[in-house]
Design a protein around this ligand. Structure first.
Ligand SMILES: N[C@@H](CCC(=O)N[C@@H](CS)C(=O)NCC(=O)O)C(=O)O
Length: 215
Protein backbone atom coordinates (compact mmCIF):
# COMPACT_ATOMS: atom_id res chain seq x y z
CA UNK A 1 0.00 0.00 0.00
CA UNK A 2 1.16 3.50 -0.86
CA UNK A 3 2.43 5.53 2.09
CA UNK A 4 1.38 8.84 0.54
CA UNK A 5 -1.24 10.52 2.68
CA UNK A 6 -4.65 10.37 1.02
CA UNK A 7 -7.61 12.58 1.83
CA UNK A 8 -11.04 11.61 0.56
CA UNK A 9 -13.51 14.44 0.25
CA UNK A 10 -14.75 17.26 -1.98
CA UNK A 11 -13.07 20.63 -1.47
CA UNK A 12 -16.41 22.38 -0.81
CA UNK A 13 -16.94 20.50 2.47
CA UNK A 14 -16.02 22.57 5.52
CA UNK A 15 -14.90 19.43 7.33
CA UNK A 16 -12.63 18.47 4.43
CA UNK A 17 -11.31 22.03 4.44
CA UNK A 18 -10.32 21.69 8.10
CA UNK A 19 -8.17 18.69 7.23
CA UNK A 20 -6.76 20.13 4.02
CA UNK A 21 -5.77 23.36 5.71
CA UNK A 22 -3.85 21.35 8.32
CA UNK A 23 -2.24 19.21 5.59
CA UNK A 24 -1.09 22.36 3.79
CA UNK A 25 0.14 24.15 6.92
CA UNK A 26 2.20 21.08 7.78
CA UNK A 27 3.50 20.86 4.20
CA UNK A 28 2.53 17.19 3.83
CA UNK A 29 2.87 15.35 0.56
CA UNK A 30 -0.64 14.13 -0.19
CA UNK A 31 -3.33 13.38 -2.72
CA UNK A 32 -6.97 14.43 -2.34
CA UNK A 33 -9.74 12.43 -3.98
CA UNK A 34 -13.03 14.11 -4.93
CA UNK A 35 -15.65 12.12 -3.04
CA UNK A 36 -19.04 13.10 -1.62
CA UNK A 37 -21.67 15.59 -2.75
CA UNK A 38 -22.01 15.61 -6.55
CA UNK A 39 -19.04 13.21 -6.78
CA UNK A 40 -20.90 10.48 -4.85
CA UNK A 41 -19.02 7.26 -4.02
CA UNK A 42 -19.73 7.53 -0.28
CA UNK A 43 -22.18 4.61 -0.41
CA UNK A 44 -19.73 2.21 -2.01
CA UNK A 45 -18.69 -0.77 0.13
CA UNK A 46 -15.06 0.38 -0.17
CA UNK A 47 -15.86 3.82 1.20
CA UNK A 48 -18.18 2.51 3.93
CA UNK A 49 -15.38 0.21 5.02
CA UNK A 50 -13.31 3.34 5.65
CA UNK A 51 -16.12 5.39 7.21
CA UNK A 52 -19.29 3.55 8.20
CA UNK A 53 -21.04 6.95 8.40
CA UNK A 54 -20.49 7.47 4.66
CA UNK A 55 -19.27 11.04 5.27
CA UNK A 56 -16.21 13.01 4.21
CA UNK A 57 -13.43 13.57 5.11
CA UNK A 58 -11.59 10.28 5.41
CA UNK A 59 -7.81 10.14 5.67
CA UNK A 60 -5.63 7.17 4.82
CA UNK A 61 -2.00 7.16 5.87
CA UNK A 62 -0.43 3.82 5.12
CA UNK A 63 -2.48 1.25 7.00
CA UNK A 64 -4.21 3.82 9.14
CA UNK A 65 -7.68 4.91 8.08
CA UNK A 66 -9.43 7.70 9.98
CA UNK A 67 -12.71 9.58 9.78
CA UNK A 68 -13.92 12.65 11.75
CA UNK A 69 -12.15 15.83 10.71
CA UNK A 70 -10.89 16.80 14.16
CA UNK A 71 -9.57 13.32 14.89
CA UNK A 72 -7.67 13.57 11.60
CA UNK A 73 -6.25 17.01 12.45
CA UNK A 74 -5.15 15.73 15.86
CA UNK A 75 -3.50 12.71 14.26
CA UNK A 76 -1.68 14.87 11.72
CA UNK A 77 -0.54 17.14 14.53
CA UNK A 78 0.70 14.25 16.67
CA UNK A 79 2.38 12.45 13.77
CA UNK A 80 3.78 15.33 11.73
CA UNK A 81 3.26 18.54 13.69
CA UNK A 82 5.90 20.90 14.95
CA UNK A 83 6.03 21.74 18.65
CA UNK A 84 4.20 24.98 17.91
CA UNK A 85 1.42 23.24 16.00
CA UNK A 86 1.04 20.31 18.44
CA UNK A 87 2.78 20.84 21.79
CA UNK A 88 4.33 17.78 23.43
CA UNK A 89 3.42 18.94 26.92
CA UNK A 90 -0.03 17.46 27.76
CA UNK A 91 -1.08 20.49 29.78
CA UNK A 92 -0.06 23.00 27.15
CA UNK A 93 -1.81 20.91 24.51
CA UNK A 94 -4.95 20.41 26.57
CA UNK A 95 -5.36 24.16 26.98
CA UNK A 96 -5.42 24.46 23.20
CA UNK A 97 -7.53 21.36 22.70
CA UNK A 98 -10.12 22.88 24.97
CA UNK A 99 -10.66 25.56 22.33
CA UNK A 100 -10.46 23.08 19.45
CA UNK A 101 -13.20 20.93 20.93
CA UNK A 102 -15.35 23.95 21.71
CA UNK A 103 -14.83 25.29 18.19
CA UNK A 104 -16.02 22.03 16.69
CA UNK A 105 -18.94 21.22 18.98
CA UNK A 106 -20.25 24.73 19.67
CA UNK A 107 -19.02 27.36 17.23
CA UNK A 108 -18.81 25.40 13.96
CA UNK A 109 -22.00 23.51 14.75
CA UNK A 110 -23.90 26.81 15.05
CA UNK A 111 -22.37 28.39 11.95
CA UNK A 112 -22.83 25.34 9.77
CA UNK A 113 -26.13 23.86 10.91
CA UNK A 114 -28.02 26.96 12.08
CA UNK A 115 -26.80 29.51 9.52
CA UNK A 116 -25.09 27.88 6.53
CA UNK A 117 -27.70 25.16 6.09
CA UNK A 118 -30.52 27.68 6.35
CA UNK A 119 -29.08 30.30 4.02
CA UNK A 120 -27.35 28.11 1.46
CA UNK A 121 -28.66 24.57 1.52
CA UNK A 122 -32.35 25.18 2.23
CA UNK A 123 -34.78 26.47 -0.43
CA UNK A 124 -35.66 30.12 0.21
CA UNK A 125 -39.31 29.32 0.92
CA UNK A 126 -38.38 26.83 3.63
CA UNK A 127 -35.73 28.88 5.44
CA UNK A 128 -36.19 29.44 9.16
CA UNK A 129 -34.95 33.00 9.47
CA UNK A 130 -35.82 33.15 13.16
CA UNK A 131 -33.34 30.33 13.71
CA UNK A 132 -30.72 32.35 11.83
CA UNK A 133 -31.40 35.42 13.99
CA UNK A 134 -31.17 33.33 17.16
CA UNK A 135 -27.94 31.76 15.91
CA UNK A 136 -26.47 35.21 15.24
CA UNK A 137 -27.08 36.15 18.88
CA UNK A 138 -25.40 32.95 20.07
CA UNK A 139 -22.50 33.43 17.68
CA UNK A 140 -21.91 36.94 18.94
CA UNK A 141 -21.68 35.53 22.48
CA UNK A 142 -19.41 32.65 21.39
CA UNK A 143 -17.06 34.95 19.54
CA UNK A 144 -16.85 37.25 22.53
CA UNK A 145 -15.66 34.21 24.52
CA UNK A 146 -13.00 33.51 21.89
CA UNK A 147 -12.16 37.22 21.80
CA UNK A 148 -11.19 37.10 25.47
CA UNK A 149 -8.77 34.27 24.77
CA UNK A 150 -7.43 35.73 21.52
CA UNK A 151 -6.96 39.09 23.20
CA UNK A 152 -4.11 37.41 25.13
CA UNK A 153 -2.12 36.12 22.14
CA UNK A 154 -2.21 36.21 18.36
CA UNK A 155 -3.22 32.51 18.13
CA UNK A 156 -4.51 29.89 20.56
CA UNK A 157 -1.01 28.55 21.09
CA UNK A 158 0.73 31.92 21.41
CA UNK A 159 2.42 33.70 18.53
CA UNK A 160 2.14 30.83 16.02
CA UNK A 161 -0.77 28.95 14.51
CA UNK A 162 -1.61 25.64 16.26
CA UNK A 163 -4.11 22.83 15.65
CA UNK A 164 -6.81 24.63 17.65
CA UNK A 165 -6.63 27.58 15.24
CA UNK A 166 -7.38 25.18 12.40
CA UNK A 167 -10.58 23.97 14.04
CA UNK A 168 -11.60 27.47 15.13
CA UNK A 169 -10.48 29.41 12.08
CA UNK A 170 -11.82 27.23 9.30
CA UNK A 171 -15.42 28.15 10.06
CA UNK A 172 -14.75 31.91 10.07
CA UNK A 173 -14.68 31.99 6.27
CA UNK A 174 -18.30 30.91 6.13
CA UNK A 175 -19.21 33.05 9.11
CA UNK A 176 -17.85 36.16 7.42
CA UNK A 177 -19.09 35.44 3.90
CA UNK A 178 -22.67 34.37 4.64
CA UNK A 179 -25.30 37.03 4.14
CA UNK A 180 -26.63 37.71 7.65
CA UNK A 181 -26.24 40.32 10.38
CA UNK A 182 -23.12 39.88 12.47
CA UNK A 183 -22.21 41.82 15.58
CA UNK A 184 -18.88 43.63 15.22
CA UNK A 185 -15.89 42.02 16.93
CA UNK A 186 -12.62 43.75 15.93
CA UNK A 187 -10.37 41.15 17.63
CA UNK A 188 -11.90 38.23 15.73
CA UNK A 189 -12.12 40.27 12.52
CA UNK A 190 -8.42 41.03 12.83
CA UNK A 191 -7.64 37.34 13.52
CA UNK A 192 -9.71 36.31 10.48
CA UNK A 193 -7.95 38.90 8.33
CA UNK A 194 -4.59 37.38 9.32
CA UNK A 195 -5.87 33.91 8.36
CA UNK A 196 -6.97 35.11 4.93
CA UNK A 197 -3.39 36.24 4.30
CA UNK A 198 -2.13 32.67 4.75
CA UNK A 199 -1.65 30.82 1.48
CA UNK A 200 -2.93 27.53 2.90
CA UNK A 201 -6.11 29.15 4.22
CA UNK A 202 -6.80 30.99 0.97
CA UNK A 203 -6.34 27.82 -1.07
CA UNK A 204 -8.14 25.27 1.06
CA UNK A 205 -10.69 27.16 3.15
CA UNK A 206 -11.70 30.17 1.07
CA UNK A 207 -13.42 27.89 -1.42
CA UNK A 208 -16.45 29.15 -3.33
CA UNK A 209 -19.55 27.34 -2.03
CA UNK A 210 -22.02 28.62 -4.62
CA UNK A 211 -22.27 25.12 -6.15
CA UNK A 212 -23.96 24.01 -2.90
CA UNK A 213 -26.59 26.77 -3.01
CA UNK A 214 -30.25 25.92 -3.50
CA UNK A 215 -32.75 28.69 -4.26
N1 LIG B 1 -18.33 15.07 12.22
C1 LIG B 1 -17.89 14.80 10.87
C2 LIG B 1 -18.94 15.36 9.94
C3 LIG B 1 -18.67 14.97 8.49
C4 LIG B 1 -19.74 15.54 7.56
O1 LIG B 1 -20.85 15.90 7.97
N2 LIG B 1 -19.38 15.61 6.26
C5 LIG B 1 -20.29 16.12 5.26
C6 LIG B 1 -19.62 17.22 4.45
S1 LIG B 1 -19.17 18.62 5.44
C7 LIG B 1 -20.65 15.02 4.28
O2 LIG B 1 -19.95 14.02 4.16
N3 LIG B 1 -21.76 15.20 3.57
C8 LIG B 1 -22.17 14.27 2.57
C9 LIG B 1 -21.41 14.42 1.29
O3 LIG B 1 -20.59 15.34 1.12
O4 LIG B 1 -21.65 13.59 0.39
C10 LIG B 1 -16.50 15.43 10.63
O5 LIG B 1 -16.17 16.43 11.30
O6 LIG B 1 -15.73 14.90 9.81
Amino acid sequence: MSRKLEIFGRNTSSNVQTVMWAVAELGLDHVRHDVGGAFGQTDSPEFRAMNPMGLVPVARDGDLVLFESCAIVRYLGAQYGTERFWPADPIKRAKQDNWAEWSKTTLAKTVIYDVFWQLVRTPKADRDMEAVTAAAVNLDAYLRMAEKRLGESAYFGGDALCFADIVFGHVLYRYYTLDFDRAPNPTIENYYQRLTEREAYAEHVMVDYSSLRVE
